[in-house]
Design a protein around this ligand. Sequence first.
Ligand code: ADP
Ligand code: MG
Length: 570
Amino acid sequence: MRSKIQILPDDIALTIAAGEVIERPASVVKELLENSLDAGAQDISIDITDGGLGQIAIYDNGEGVPYSEIEMPFIRFATSKMHRDLYLSGVSTLGFRGEALPSIAAVAHVEMVSKVAQDDVAGRVEISQGKIIRKERTGAPLGTSVVVRSLFSNVPARLKFLKSVGVETNHITQVVVPYVLGRPDVRFSLNIDGKLKLNSPGTGRALDAVRSVYGVDKAAQFLSFEFELPDQIWLSGLVSDPSVTAGNRNGIVTLVNGRSVKNRNLQFAVESAFHGVLKERRYPIAMINIGLPLSNVDVNVHPAKAEIKFSQQDVVFDSVKAAIRQALTNVPIATPVVSRVPRTITVGQASRSEEVATANLFADSHDQSHNPDSKPSLEDRLPVLRVVGQIASCYLVAEGYQGMYLIDQHAAHERVWFEKLRAMINAKDLEIQGLLEPIVIEVPELFEEAMGIHQSLLKKYGFDCEPFGSNTYVLRGVPLILGNLDPRELFLNAVYGIGSGQSGEPDQDALIKTLACHGSVRAGQKLSVAEMQELLRDLESSPNFRTCPHGRPTVLSFDVAFIEKQFGRR
Ligand code: ADP
Ligand code: MG
């Protein structure tokens, strides 16, 4: 009689295990790409058809596999990347489990051709659903090519879970892009259904790789940074200037010791560095290369090696944030590229509809237009500005050593107040101004619950208040620096700020934004020269001076050379 409990036959065991490693076509691309990089390839080209279900082919010029061992890579747990002390000394290669090729071969038809420098001929092996069907000598250049067809044809359940060709192709691109950005020393090309989608030059310069992915225009607006804590962490990377943003987080690419990883905490660190700089629901584009001592990273927490764990999570988080913050605040201010200049300016025509210039630098990435012959010139920071005047009761005109500056008075003031308020609140330095007469204020029912939970927060923000019956509060004092505003309106704005944080914690920065916005000079308010001067001085010394807390630009600059050109003097 057959025993009740049996050991799974190899082929079944392998197909089951393959499911963990190879989830979709993009997983195949990831494994093959990582193998090519581990083989030291300097040139990698990838061809995809039908979202990977037609064919996935990869060619590299790496060290190759000798003919005598050509079928070895397809045996489970066969690897040339033995790391005896996975946990003590860490893993320096991208692969280490010896599972990828056997897993792919278990659920597809695979052909590998490879040649090493020492051999005269190449080897070719063909494997289908785990069985070797051909092995022969052949001619081929140095390196390895792997072609995968009929993926998941023996796993119909998997096929059913795949999305459209477009979605699968997109997953594939997202596997390739981080490596293109993170390994500028390698030439990559990605062909999708016969069209060249991506082509990086392999010059070793990060910016060249960024150009190949995001285009020349956008690449010009990336800021590079480096950061190091000796023996602990070293970082380098590029982040988009706040004017170039994305609608989702896919543009945030993180590599740890050369491995592309998705780590929620890293993403969060990047986002928090941009906090208060970007508009809501816009995300930065960033590539961050993080180097850590190998033993401080656990790469073996996921079968597809997509996740990792850090032993010093806080160091990593804080360093990423600090490095990006630094890049953003030392940012040079670029002269806008003017895209539309009216040929004739009719005197007396409303200047608003005339739209003299569109500042490329500060425009959202969607609506950028580019004028190739006006190059942005760079200045290190906002220079000392001399007030010239105010126009449309809304913008200040100023002169700096490079030319003319236009400042949006409300946006600029909002930034200044936001930074001041935040500094005071963090330093617990916010003075309260008592009201001559306490005011009784009814709070909309909607905010009652949030008020119940977060009332103490209002104290921290300088509001002296206490409950006074249902939905009602008595207000005795307001923040001194906002003391000249209508206390009732100010208080209600703070309450809205608290209530708007979705479930749970209110967003404290959002609350400060509300207060800063409320306390700022409005568009339409006439300012004296002294007031304008004060605003400019404050803005010059304000961190993140280039945008208001909601992400709108505060300053446009027009350098003299540009103005001369427009007047035909050059
Ligand atoms: P791992 O990468 O974890 O070692 P794989 O199954 O991905 O496991 O690959 C098995 C082995 O096959 C590798 O260790 C390597 O020796 C060899 N190999 C796979 N792809 C390539 C390649 N493109 N160039 C050279 N050798 C390769
Ligand atoms: Mg591998």
